[in-house]
Structures are given as C-alpha cells and as structure tokens.
Design a protein around this ligand. Sequence first.
Ligand SMILES: Nc1ncnc2c1ncn2[C@@H]1O[C@H](COP(=O)(O)OP(=O)(O)OP(=O)(O)O)[C@@H](O)[C@H]1O
Length: 286
Amino acid sequence: MISTVTASGLSLRYGGTPALDGVSLRLGEGVTGLLGPNEAGKTTLLRVLATAVPADRGAFTVLGHDPATSAGRQEVRRALGYLPQTPGFHPDFTAFAFVDYVAILKELTDRAARHREVRRVLDAVDLGDVRGRRIKRLSGGMRQRVALAAALIGDPGFLVLDEPTVGLDPEQRMRFRELIAQAGEGRTVLLSTHQTEDVALLCRRVIVMVAGRIRFEGTPAELTDRAAGRVWSSTERDPGARAGWRTGTGSFRNLGDPPAGAALLEPSLEDGYLLTLDDADAEVAA
Ligand SMILES: Nc1ncnc2c1ncn2[C@@H]1O[C@H](COP(=O)(O)OP(=O)(O)OP(=O)(O)O)[C@@H](O)[C@H]1O
C-alpha cells in the first residue's frame, strides 16, 4: 500500500482525559473505516487530521504536506474534504447556495467555474433536481448528501467523513454507501461509523479505536477472522461466553472461547469487532 496519509504519536488531552493517546497510522487510497465505541476518540482523530484542532504531540502528513507549518496547513486544507459530525447548515440557504458558500471558502474565486463545480458535485450526489430547494425543506438523507457534496468540492484527495450514515433509513444508507465507494476510487477516504455493515460492505481497510488508542488495523476480512472459531450457538445462554445474545430464532449467539463440541457459527465482522473490544477490556484489566 502506498501511504497517502501518515500519522505518528498523535496525542491530545482534554483536561485530564486523553482523547488521543499516541495514535500512529498509515492510510492509502480507498475507503478506510474507523470503528470504536462512544468516546473512543474517533471524532477527535478526524478533527486533528482535518486540521480543525491541533494535537498536543505527534505529527502527520496528508498527501506529502506537513500541517506543522502554516504553508503546509494551507496545502492540507486545499487537499481536504471534510464532512463533520454535525454539518453547520444555515436552514434558509438553498442546497446550491450552501455548497456555493463552501466553494467560496475553498478559494474557487471564478464565479462561472465555481458554479459549474457546485452543479457537478450536486449532480454527483443526485441532488441536481432540488438544488434550488431550501435546506430546511430537505429530508435528513438529502441533507447528508448536501454535506457530502460540499465535502467533494474541488475534488479533494483526502476525504474525512464523520458518521455520514447516521439517521439514514436502510435504502438511503445503501445509496450513501454507493456514493462513498465511488468517492473512494482514486482518493483516500477515512470514514468514522458505528455501522459494522458499512465497513463490511465498502471499506478496503479498517481501524478500531478504543480509549484514544488504535487496537486493530487491517482488512475487514482480517477483523472478521479474529472471531474465527470463537462464535457458537446454544439453546440456553452460555455462562462461559464473553458476550451472548438471543437471536430472532430463539437460539443464543455466543462469543468467546467455545466449550468442546460447541456448534460453531460463521463469524461476521461485527463478531470480530466485539471480540476486539472485549480483548482490549481484558488487556486493560490485566
Ligand atoms: N471539545 C472537547 N472538550 C472536552 N472534551 C472533549 C471534547 N471533544 C471530545 N472530548 C472528549 O474526548 C473523548 C473522545 O471524544 P470523541 O468525540 O473524539 O469520541 P468518539 O469516538 O468520536 O465518540 P462518539 O462515537 O460518541 O462520537 C471523550 O472523552 C470526549 O468527552
């Protein structure tokens, strides 16, 4: 993998709590999923990489630019498209006016060329027909697409997406996944999500963060493999399981170290993720 984004030893404390605790990573082209429980530090990592907040320690580069200097920071921002967790829409703006406003901030000064670019990104997210509609009259899924269009302005080489599929219905989520997969062709995308299906279906690589640290980095198949031979079914809750839940069929799905003769099940990416979190807890407790 050719690295397009590299980070080493990124740390950031809010008061006494480390939100990032020595994060080192390498990203390449394609979509990398960022999974982790609430408060793991995912948003903080994305904000640091998007140069919205500086780290206390550590360094990173984006497409060869080092944001430690103001000239480098400017280049990183030029190369960046950022969809934050809560996009700051002005509800009375039309979709076109909002994306145009972002395009102005991204230094697209020629009006005609800028308007062409705004139409291009709105068409790319299938909002060409409603570009004149006010944002307050758009559905939640459409608003997310407006935010994605804004992030795509200027064809950035590094796209940072913070939980873009939250609150979308399954059909909208599927459509959004397609758009993100398309966006991942030829550029580096870092996608924070709580949806393990998002990662299984569209990510080339996956990072799991727990308590400000990276606990896993690899392919979705490697994360799934962590649960190989560690998922089994039983008719009663297995007290020896690290985690277990009743499924729709009434049987229990158990994770951990199976008893002899257990009925092993095919692992999912979610199983691998849950066991990675549990292994991390065990490590902290040890
Ligand atoms: N601006 C801030 N001021 C103080 N503490 C903060 C701030 N931003 C984040 N934190 C703290 O840093 C830690 C990491 O938060 P962060 O939002 O990065 O986690 P997250 O993994 O994105 O969580 P979620 O999945 O809930 O969005 C948390 O303990 C959070 O309370």
